[in-house]
Design a protein around this ligand. Structure first.
Ligand SMILES: *Cc1c(COP(=O)(O)O)cnc(C)c1O
Length: 432
């Protein structure tokens, strides 16, 4: 039985909030100018109150509104797949399961939070959302969700991707969103960056500056972030909550959980509902591994410190693992993993050694992606392929030791818009 489905009537009706279960309290975000802890009022200029409440909530369970549950039914529950064929090819005694988030309308896990954020903003009377996007996964997810709830959407897309990845941009346009190359001359932040370096390829940090500025300056316009923040991680726990029910159906439980790591949201989504058992219910040996690119190694090589979420310094300072807010990552193909920071919750769990982190170069990641595609028929997003590489390494360890471990990983998206990357790999043009 390779596919383990969950019926819609058994779909989760709440998110899991890990904040009350953390080994230490989270340090508060600091105001960018005063460096004092910020309160809800400081965030109200760009976020709706329901999301601000979720950001600091100490409730373990947070209800998923009925309208959001209905919207999830378009593509959820997502399948859990036992990769028996892959286990055979790897000749490992390990059991390998993956949760496939590529079944969503835009092909990744990102609509899970986009839908919730669009809903709460609509309910608060907001007319328009602004955001940034790197490779385009988040921009297309938010465009889709805004269209669902009748909101306007403006996306600042990192310039390098805007030029190289027209298909994601067209997808946003299909859903009625406006997509602008960042840095642009539409905002003060953009003009400031362009004055310094007119030929910059852009970065997520720069695009965030522009989107936040636009939202802060306009009434009826809010800002939406696709990763990093507590409420985003919260919405993504739907992935792990479903996976837990699906594994229960076959009487299994993971020893190792693996997710790729850009800002931390899909890794949090798959792992937090299980980590609750480690933090609260004595599952001391449960391992969770966040996997990032060697070229943007925030968890593995960053410093644990307060830093801005954007380049210009408009966002609150967050305590996280960071490479520095002015770090411009090299243009590797896993665009969704090119962020200088990491989610404060994931950072704290890493600092406290509840979770582990690993980094891989681009080439072995694409080799793993090719093997997976040929075995399972799904072409993974280059981001997700980082998790696959780690799964292969853990499966190999099981082969060496003879241990029958259960490995669960999140296949965060498909790679159908990343064919140029695969083409480069096949032509031998890709380097680490
Ligand atoms: C955006 C993205 C990621 C990275 O973001 P996280 O917040 O770390 O999950 C990973 N995989 C895919 C397919 C993405 O689109």
């Amino acid at each position: 039985m390779p596919i383990i489905n969950l019926e819609q009537k058994d779909a989760p009706t709440h998110y899991y909030n890990i904040i009350p279960d953390l080994p230490k309290p989270l340090s508060p975000p600091l105001h960018p100018a005063t460096k004092k802890p910020i309160g809800p009022d400081d965030l109200a200029a760009i976020f709706p109150m329901e999301l601000i409440k979720q950001e600091v909530s100490m409730e373990s369970k947070i209800d998923i509104p009925e309208e959001v549950q209905k919207a999830y039914q378009i593509y959820r529950p997502s399948p859990l797949i036992r990769a028996s064929r892959l286990e055979k090819e790897l000749d490992t005694p390990a059991k390998i399961y993956y949760k496939y988030e590529g079944v969503s309308p835009t092909g990744s896990h990102k609509p899970n939070t986009a839908i919730a954020q669009a809903y709460y903003n609509k309910k608060a009377g907001i007319k328009k959302l602004t955001t940034e996007t790197g490779a385009g996964q988040w921009g297309s997810a938010l465009s889709f969700a805004c269209n669902l709830f009748g909101l306007e959407c403006l996306v600042y897309m990192v310039k390098a991707s805007y030029d190289q990845k027209p298909y994601r941009r067209i997808m946003m346009n299909i859903f009625g969103a406006e997509c602008v190359a960042s840095p642009s001359d539409r905002t003060e932040s953009g003009r400031k960056i362009l004055a310094k370096d007119p030929n910059t390829p852009g970065s997520l940090g720069m695009a965030i500056s522009e989107a936040v500025e636009e939202a802060a300056k306009n009434d009826g316009t809010n800002y939406s972030l696709g990763s990093v923040l507590n409420h985003v991680l919260l919405h993504q726990t739907i992935i792990g909550l479903e996976a837990k029910k699906q594994l229960e159906k076959v009487g299994d439980y993971p020893d190792i959980i693996i997710g790729c790591h850009g800002g931390g949201s899909n890794f949090a989504g798959i792992s937090f509902p299980f980590l609750r058992d480690k933090l609260k219910n004595g599952k001391k040996n449960l391992r969770a591994i966040a996997v990032e690119p060697k070229s943007c190694p925030s968890l593995t090589e960053g410093r644990y410190d307060y830093d801005f979420g954007d380049t210009v310094g408009l966002t609150p300072l967050l305590l996280m693992f960071t490479l520095g807010h002015d770090f411009v990552p090299p243009p590797i193909h896993a665009g969704g993993l090119r962020y200088h920071g990491a989610a404060p919750i994931v950072s704290l769990l890493h600092k406290e050694k509840v979770i582990e982190a690993l980094a891989y170069d681009q080439l072995p990641v694409f080799e793993a992606a090719m093997k997976f595609a040929r075995n399972q028929g799904i072409i993974p997003a280059p981001e997700s392929a980082h998790a696959i590489k780690a799964v292969f390494d853990e499966a190999e360890k099981c082969k060496q030791s003879g241990e029958e471990k259960t490995i669960l990983f999140n296949l965060s998206g498909h790679g159908h818009f990343d064919m140029t990357a695969y083409q480069d790999f096949l032509a031998g043009k890709l380097s680490n």
